[in-house]
Design a protein around this ligand. Structure first.
Ligand code: C5J
Length: 223
């Protein structure tokens, strides 16, 4: 199967590829969550929801592995570096009570994945304390046990958790493809530059494609 991408098309076997949706959580996409406490306009992330739904439907129909990640911390904050909790001047800090429960804490309503992209049984959900999905998680063995070699990545935000995960995956030998319209940022210019960085220099740490190209890759070839 060939996926049109930049800087070059990439061949992939759906049985050895995973769709990885990064942190499509209420805490980042809905008012009152972590993203908004940092002063961001959460509406800017909503453009990625429809394309993520498309990619999710395609991956599920093809029997591909689908992995969801969630950024967040244990209720006692034992896995939250003090430097992360203290950083910046947010209106509320990690662990404070907000309208969707404690900010960025596992088990709270804000930590959930948005209903439009809810995982279904059998889809691993990786809880991560950091920005990258490989750090301090079971993601790598989850992929290796299934002989996955290619990651199709969407989610938020492009230049933070998506980028960090793609960099980590690339260094571990996975072929990482950012699905551009399935990603979004509170800063449109960072989204654009984040994608540009991935595919520059002949694909220095990955490829960039989109949900339409994924649909085309899965479309039956004309007889
Ligand atoms: C951020 C993320 N932006 N999921 N997290 O803090 O990108």
């Amino acid at each position: 199967m060939i996926l049109q991408a930049e800087p070059s098309p990439i061949a992939f076997d759906p049985a050895r590829a995973a769709l990885v949706l990064i942190d499509m959580q209420r805490d980042f996409l809905e008012p009152g969550g972590f993203g908004e406490t940092l002063g961001n306009d959460v509406g800017l992330l909503h453009a990625a929801i429809g394309p993520c739904r498309t990619a999710l439907s395609l991956a599920r129909a093809a029997g591909m592995l689908v992995i969801h990640t969630r950024e967040g911390h244990r209720p006692d904050l034992s896995d939250a570096p003090p430097a992360k909790v203290a950083r910046g001047a947010p209106s509320q800090r990690i662990g404070d009570m907000g309208p969707m429960g404690r900010i960025l804490i596992r088990g709270e309503p804000g930590h959930d994945i948005i209903p439009a992209l809810a995982p279904i049984p059998g889809e691993p959900v990786i809880d991560k304390p950091g920005k990258g999905a490989f750090y301090a998680t079971e993601l790598e063995p989850t992929l290796r046990h299934r002989s996955i070699d290619t990651l199709l990545v969407g989610g938020v935000t492009t230049e933070v958790c998506v980028h960090t995960t793609i960099r980590e995956g690339n260094d571990r030998g996975f072929r990482c493809v950012a699905l551009a319209d399935c990603c979004a940022s509170y800063f449109p210019e960072f989204h654009a530059m984040g994608l540009a960085m991935i595919k520059a220099q002949g694909g220095i740490f990955g490829w960039v494609s989109d949900s339409a190209a994924l649909a085309a890759a899965f479309a039956p070839s004309p007889a």
